[in-house]
Every structure is written in structure tokens, then in C-alpha cells.
Design a binder for this molecule. Structure first.
Ligand SMILES: [Zn+2]
Length: 74
């Protein structure tokens, strides 16, 4: 699933922007960005077949399988 990878990339970018904002003094904006990334991952980082939430540490690589329904996720 290409979409899952895009969500993960998006979340990673948002986390970096959040850390950067917090580092330059925009603590609130930084925290909002981190919260946004977290919510995004929580809501969209799911198995495309069984819709169960995947572990945020779940590694996406060729041949990855959903831990619940064992469908291949790419
Ligand atoms: Zn699944």
C-alpha cells in the first residue's frame, strides 16, 4: 500500500517541523504540529484490509504483513 508510506512520510515531516518550531521558540505551534502528526498517524495508519490500527513502530517494507489478518502490506 503506497498510501501508508505517504502517511508515514507526512508524519515524519510534520514531526520534524514541530521539533524545529519548538526549537526556534514557537513551542505551541511545535506542539500542535506534533499532535497533528500523532493524530494523523493514529487515524490513517491502518491495515487497508481489516482496518485495524498498525503499531506506529510497524516497519513497512516489501513483504510486510498485517499482524492481524496477515495481508501483505507494501
Ligand atoms: Zn489487516
Amino acid at each position: 500500500m503506497k498510501q501508508l508510506k505517504q502517511i508515514r512520510i507526512l508524519c515524519t515531516i510534520a514531526v520534524f517541523i514541530g521539533i524545529f518550531l519548538a526549537a526556534v521558540g514557537h513551542i505551541i505551534a511545535g506542539l500542535a504540529m506534533l499532535a497533528g502528526a500523532f493524530i494523523l498517524e493514529l487515524n490513517f495508519f491502518r491495515c487497508p484490509l481489516c482496518k485495524r490500527r498498525l503499531d506506529t513502530r510497524f516497519r513497512l517494507h516489501a513483504g510486510s504483513r498485517c499482524p492481524y489478518c496477515h495481508m501483505e502490506i507494501r
